[in-house]
Ligand binder design. Structure first.
Ligand SMILES: Nc1ncnc2c1ncn2[C@@H]1O[C@H](COP(=O)(O)OP(=O)(O)OP(=O)(O)O)[C@@H](O)[C@H]1O
Ligand SMILES: [Mg+2]
Length: 243
């Protein structure tokens, strides 16, 4: 069964078309990777699937578990089980991470505050994260790596059906990369379907992607196995197009 089906997706931002007919099928439990040059439309694809209001679908559609969600609000999509981790997370002064996570668990999983509190501390321990992160204000003064880890903690707690990760590996050190990859692995092994956007093959050394897609100038120019990653790293994007 398809978890996500993207059909001939055309997406515009302020009247400029950015995606020119992208199609992609992700089966339940699969991990797909999207690679592509800067500005090729990777984040646009991720944000459009999550329902960001800035991105207008002008043609094509998005099906989630067989249901057309092209016009659904972002909150509805989140409730259905779609979780997007952003390339650039927002800072929120005055909201502590622990309280934010409690609210997320309440909204998306109906878990009460007290139970959520225990769950969150347990998850932090399970994932080998630093507990002090929980009492800080949301993303305020967080280093790049800390932000990414917090996003992964959130994803781990939410247990989405479809997890979309936009460069979870950008700007993180080797040790943090391993932590992030292990959380992705755990979710993948537990059956979460994952769409992972990355620039680097490094994170893929720890993961087992089912498929790799290459996006260029708003079009998917190639789909294949992990072997594409090596070719991209060694010879660049143009080389995979010629295959
Ligand atoms: N909100 C927006 N307003 C204006 N232009 C946008 C917006 N979002 C995306 N674009 C444009 O769409 C194109 C694709 O951007 P997108 O962020 O999807 O690329 P990307 O593949 O994620 O790049 P990167 O690898 O640098 O993250 C770019 O030319 C970008 O400037
Ligand atoms: Mg991007």
């Amino acid at each position: 069964m398809f978890m996500l089906k993207v059909e001939n997706l055309h997406v515009s931002v302020s009247d400029k078309e950015i995606l020119h007919g992208v199609s992609l099928n992700l089966e339940k439990g699969e991990l797909h990777v999207v690679m592509g040059p800067n500005g090729s439309g990777k984040s646009t694809l991720a944000l459009t699937i999550a329902g960001h209001p800035k991105y207008t679908v002008t043609e094509g559609r998005i099906l989630f578990e067989g249901e057309d969600i092209t016009e659904a609000k972002p909150e509805e999509r989140a409730k259905k089980g779609i979780f997007l981790s952003f390339q650039h997370p927002v800072e929120v002064e005055g909201v502590k991470v622990i309280n934010f996570l409690q609210r997320v668990l309440k909204n998306l999983r109906g878990i009460d505050e007290v139970e959520a509190y225990d769950m969150i501390f347990k998850a932090v321990e399970e994932l080998g994260l630093d507990e002090s992160i929980l009492t800080r204000f949301l993303n305020v003064g967080f280093s790049g790596g800390e932000r990414k880890k917090l996003e992964m903690l959130q994803a781990y707690l939410v247990r989405p059906k479809l997890l979309i990760l936009d460069e979870p590996d950008s700007g993180v050190d080797v040790d943090s990369l391993k932590v992030i990859a292990s959380i992705i692995n755990r979710l993948h092994e537990e059956g979460t379907s994952i769409l992972l956007i990355t620039h680097y093959g490094r994170i893929l050394e720890y993961l087992k992607p089912n498929r790799v897609h290459v996006l260029k100038e708003g079009r998917l120019v190639k789909s294949g196995g992990v072997e594409l990653v090596r070719i991209i790293e060694e010879k660049g994007f143009a080389a995979v197009e010629e295959l």
